[in-house]
Ligand binder design. Structure first.
Ligand code: SF4
Length: 330
């Protein structure tokens, strides 16, 4: 690990101002960042520690939703009685991620900003447009088991590793951001992460000097909430495919609303409104679920080593929809 300067932030504005200078990185839980620094994938000249800021509370929002401070630990968020009761898909997604030790340390804001687990991103002997723009992509033509089937580009085929963000996307979460001078803005999570395009090193819409201060959830949507994660081993593994579902039925048993978000498929948590439109107002059936999978996967492209994700995603989506509609209809 290379030497770096250390600054303990005294306020969100102080952290934002410090983070706006070149070579500076914010540290909270550090569960991903410290690994990246040890491997010299990231070599910040200065760390801004935000752990002493007052961003660690979960509070009721004025509209009946929930406001989750950026420093709320993943373990605390998963165990919160309001989350378990009203947003169970979020609790389940959190508990499907990492290990108990990491969840005790990892934060809400940091979870959103964690970096891809592309093998070549972590191997500094290999080209990587995300680590070193313009150097090429070592993954294309290489080992691609974890890589994207949707939204990839010739410059990067990495996936976003978060489980939490997939559930938050299905719940229509909004990210609160504070900049220097105390300026604030709210960014829907659906617009927070970016596809790689020709700038895969730019992963979110955060601007230099902006800090995540909270994530807000709308009032509880009810319905049946599921999180299904398919991975290579039962714990401490990233998703090959994951599905977060919030499904409500009408009195006739037809699908009133199906909010569906996917992990392991793309450079960002993936949500396709056309799939949800296709399901709305329809009676659940195997044929309907096949049509939804057809729509979701219409533009899917494998890289060889991850071709299996296309049929796996179909099976996982269909199983989740069958369970969600069967349970809510009962
Ligand atoms: Fe780097 Fe993206 Fe290629 Fe992985 S897929 S080597 S992160 S450019």
């Amino acid at each position: 690990m290379r030497p770096f300067d250390y600054h303990r932030a005294t306020s969100p504005a102080d952290a934002a101002a410090a983070a706006g200078t070149a070579g500076t990185t914010i540290i909270a839980g550090g569960t991903n960042l410290l690994d990246l620094m040890k491997l010299e994938v990231m070599t910040p000249e200065r760390l801004v520690d935000i752990n002493r800021l007052d961003l660690g509370e979960i509070t009721a929002a004025d509209d009946g939703g929930l406001r989750i401070g950026a420093l709320v630990r993943n373990a605390d968020l998963a165990a919160d009685p309001r989350v378990r009761r009203d947003y169970p898909v979020l609790s389940r997604a959190l508990l499907a991620g990492a290990s108990a030790q990491l969840r005790n340390k990892a934060t809400t804001g940091g979870n959103l900003l964690q970096r891809t687990r592309c093998y070549y991103f972590y191997n500094t002997a290999m080209p990587c447009n995300k680590r070193q723009p313009g150097s090429g992509c070592g993954a294309i033509g290489g080992v691609t088991r974890l890589h994207a089937i949707l939204g990839a580009s010739p410059h990067c085929i990495a996936t976003h590793p978060s489980d939490m963000a997939v559930a938050l996307l299905a719940l229509d979460a909004v990210v609160e951001v504070e900049g220097t001078e105390g300026t604030r803005r709210r960014v829907p999570l659906s617009g927070f992460h970016r596809l790689p395009g020709d700038t895969p090193h730019v992963e979110t819409v955060l601007q230099p000097g902006e800090l995540i201060t909270a994530v807000t959830l709308p009032p509880p949507a009810g319905g049946r909430q599921l999180y299904r994660k398919v991975r290579d081993r039962a714990s401490f593994a990233f998703a090959l495919v994951s599905v977060a579902a919030v499904v409500t039925l009408d009195d006739a048993g037809r699908i009133d609303r199906a909010a569906l978000a996917f992990g392991g498929l793309a450079h960002k948590p993936w949500r396709d409104p056309a799939v949800e439109d296709l399901l709305r107002g329809e009676a659940p059936s195997d044929a309907l679920f096949d049509r939804a999978a057809d729509r979701l996967l219409a533009d899917a492209r494998g890289q060889g080593g991850n071709d299996f994700k296309i049929p796996l995603t179909r099976r996982t989506l269909k199983a989740v929809l069958a369970e969600a509609t069967r349970e809510t209809a009962a």
